[in-house]
Design a binder for this molecule. Sequence first.
Ligand SMILES: Nc1ncnc2c1ncn2[C@@H]1O[C@H](COP(=O)(O)OP(=O)(O)O)[C@@H](O)[C@H]1O
Ligand SMILES: [Mg+2]
Length: 274
Amino acid sequence: MSDNEPVIELRNVDKSFGPIDVLHEISLKVRAGEVLCLLGDNGAGKSTLIKTLAGVYQPTSGDIVMDGEKTTLKGPRDAQSRGIATVHQFGGTYPLMSIGRNFFMGMEPTKGIGPFKVFDRKKANRIAVEEVQKMGITRITNGDRLVGGLSGGERQSLAIARAVYFGARVLILDEPTAALGVKQAAHVLRIVNLAKRRGLAVIFITHQVMHAMAVGDHFAVLIRGAIAADFRKGEKTREEIADLMAGGESMADLEANIDTYMETHDGHPPQPVT
Ligand SMILES: Nc1ncnc2c1ncn2[C@@H]1O[C@H](COP(=O)(O)OP(=O)(O)O)[C@@H](O)[C@H]1O
Ligand SMILES: [Mg+2]
């Protein structure tokens, strides 16, 4: 395996649900230490694509390739055991459980032997707090605190810290910043950069162009289930990316039209059509 061989790759992947074709001929590559931003409007097929990468769906045709070898991801557990970690919009954490418990969910450290094995709460808390602190969340000092009391950004950070700690090689983030305020989103973006520097292959899904531009090395725009554009950092401007996402409509033209409208209607915004 050479250094810049993709960790994970999709080759001509199609996905249909019965008669409905959702993904068409998707080809993508992600390398270690690289962030691929997957951009697309609602309904473009982003979630279907990442569920295919996470073993939830099997491609209808085409291949998933890991470290240069064709693979079948039999299910989410199989994908996880190969180091593919998915973090969903709300961090996938359990609000009524502690930080330590959430961190070790399904991977609990135990002490004692046989029937006397118990969850090692102190150890879990210590590791969880250390790991989230490494991600810059210094406000978290007590692993017994309930996750429900954390902010959205802190929950995302906890979920990402957990994936990194348990050895993820591919980190899939489904709209991690969509529900966050500016400051919290900035924090999550910094953590995405940390994960990248640790050598993870990151797939970052978003419809926010600014967030994508803050972390992306590579970009793919998905429109109606197909890759409409695929480019590297610096190759397109924010306006060009926004236009691509709007499916070829120029956002600048749209804005200019609204300005013209406002000028000709004494500054009254267009009325909604009823
Ligand atoms: N299980 C399914 N069965 C049928 N159609 C589906 C299924 N999942 C998604 N779709 C359709 O595929 C399209 C893309 O959905 P999705 O992947 O959720 O898009 P996005 O995440 O970009 O908003 C939508 O039109 C949706 O209705
Ligand atoms: Mg989605």
